[in-house]
Design a protein around this ligand. Structure first.
Ligand code: ZN
Length: 498
């Protein structure tokens, strides 16, 4: 048994090394690679991903996993390793090679078409690509689980244990509470509310401030770094080498400030993964939704809280005296928590955000079920924007064409952002229940207790437990929208005197 296990670990480590090398190439492509490198980089990455796929679907790996599966105590690290590696193997081998190749090619071809369509505001350039990608998504779903709803099949890969039915219940609860809230808030609309965040904010000072907070949160600069990229992200090559990126707008404080806190949340999770899981399939975040819960927790529960700014606002004012010298803490706190229906998901506030993902979730279901034709998607998008947020996009670039996900063939993805929002509060509440001093500590710029709780209850486990299991272990109950809704109601009733 031990010998089989050692052979397995060695094979998995090789696969993990290839994947990490692939991610380094991808990180480099998005940060430092000169534009001219793209063609050879595409080949280099294709070679590595082909090799990784070959190894991760090799019959001898399958035989090894068959022998080991169910033989070990699932509570042990080795038991979890076999369980997760076996599931990955089954998922990887379910898809025929030619389908994987077709999917990759379709996404590569769709990307420039989507970019052009967005740039020229011409849906017809992207529509035929999306048609093909949906067909491939349906086919993929049928290979993963022919008996399941295609959305459930696709969801099971990135969000194991979560179902379309659970998402529908989650969204129904959110919609019921937030739609009237947004309506009441919009009656108090004040276009000047967010004004303090716009002006002249020199980039070097933005960078210094954000990076200082990231380190005080607990980001370890000996095991990670921050660089610039067009779209901020966080990736890792092991828990000892974590890369996050950010971007700056010289005339708008929010994107870099909250973007940095957000990516730092992902970064803390990645650095907090148990060292012994490096070079194994367990050494990654539990699911996309759980990962997002950590970026949201640090960005919103900490970074948009009044306590946090009671400590940091003086320093921010000293950093930008011309812009913020005359803005008091209350006005700043109100500005960073402005609620306003807007067109673009990534810029949405905490209250309206989930309606953006709900709209995408519902449209995807209709597309996958063939109830909605791609040709009619822009009109359906606009109708839902009007129904949920009371605004209609002036064009498709600021509407149905805004996100990159569908052009990359990423379906069943958007709800994971909302899972992240819901769980961010559930985890935070559990941490505060265990350590009631946490909010006061945040007010003093101390984050050690919160970070340790998250480390002990979430980060270290990586993929050892499935998402539902991890949530129950850490918070004592399954995912629940109630704490999140209570948080939104309390915070924004006070901010808007509802
Ligand atoms: Zn994120």
């Amino acid at each position: 048994m031990n010998e089989l296990l050692e052979t397995l670990k060695s094979k998995l480590a090789t696969i993990s090394d290839l994947q990490s090398a692939l991610w380094i190439l991808s990180w480099d492509q998005q940060t430092y690679m000169p534009a001219g490198g793209i063609e050879t980089r595409a080949e280099q990455m294709a070679t590595l991903s082909h090799l990784a796929h070959e190894l991760s679907t090799a019959p001898d790996l399958g035989e090894l996993l068959e022998k080991l599966n169910g033989q070990l105590d699932p509570e042990t690290d080795d038991g979890a390793l076999v369980r997760i590696a076996y599931r990955d193997y089954q998922n990887d081998t379910k898809l025929p090679g030619d389908l994987v190749a077709r999917a990759t090619r379709a996404a590569i071809m769709a990307d420039p078409a989507w970019a052009k369509a967005r740039e020229t505001n011409d849906w017809s350039l992207f529509a035929p690509h999306l048609d093909g990608l949906i067909e491939i998504a349906r086919e993929t779903a049928s290979y993963i689980d022919a008996s399941a709803h295609p959305f459930d099949a696709l969801l099971s890969v990135g969000e194991p244990g979560m179902t379309k039915a659970q998402l529908e219940a989650m969204y129904a609860a959110l919609k019921e509470e937030t739609v009237p809230m947004i309506k009441a808030i919009s009656e108090q609309h004040d276009p000047q509310r967010s004004a303090p965040l716009f002006g002249n904010f020199p980039v070097d000072r933005q960078k210094t401030f954000g990076w200082m907070v990231a380190q005080q949160f607990g980001f370890d600069t000996q095991r990670g770094r921050q660089d610039l990229s067009v779209h901020p992200f966080c990736t890792m090559f092991s828990s000892d080498d974590v890369r996050q990126t950010t971007r700056f707008e010289p005339n708008w404080l929010s994107p870099a400030l909250f973007g940095t806190l957000h990516e730092t949340g992902h970064g803390l999770y990645n650095q907090g993964l148990a060292k012994r899981f490096n070079r194994t399939p367990l050494g990654h975040g539990c699911s996309m939704g759980i990962h997002e819960s950590q970026s949201r927790l640090w960005e919103n529960l900490v970074g948009r809280s009044r306590a946090f700014w009671e400590h940091y606002y003086g320093q921010l004012q000293e950093t930008f005296p011309e812009q913020l010298g005359g803005v008091d803490l209350d006005a700043f706190y109100r500005a960073i928590n402005t609620v306003e229906p807007s067109l673009i998901r990534v810029e949405a506030d905490e209250v309206t955000y989930n309606l953006h993902t709900l709209l995408r979730f519902e449209l995807e279901l209709d597309l996958l079920e063939d109830k909605l034709a791609v040709h009619d998607l822009p009109a359906a998008w606009n109708a839902k924007m009007e129904a949920y947020l009371g605004i209609t996009p002036p064009n498709d670039s600021e509407g149905v064409l805004q996100d990159v996900h569908w052009s990359g063939g990423m379906f069943a993805y958007f709800p994971t952002y909302t899972i992240g929002n819901v769980l961010s509060v559930q985890f935070y509440d559990a941490a505060v229940q265990a350590h009631p001093a946490i909010p006061d500590e945040i007010g003093r710029g101390e984050f050690g207790t919160l970070l340790s709780w998250l480390q002990d209850n979430v980060y270290q486990y990586g993929r050892k437990y499935d998402p539902n299991d991890l949530v129950e272990r850490a918070t004592g109950r399954p995912m629940d929208t109630a704490p999140y809704l209570k948080y939104l109601k309390t915070k924004f009733s006070e901010l808007y005197e509802l």
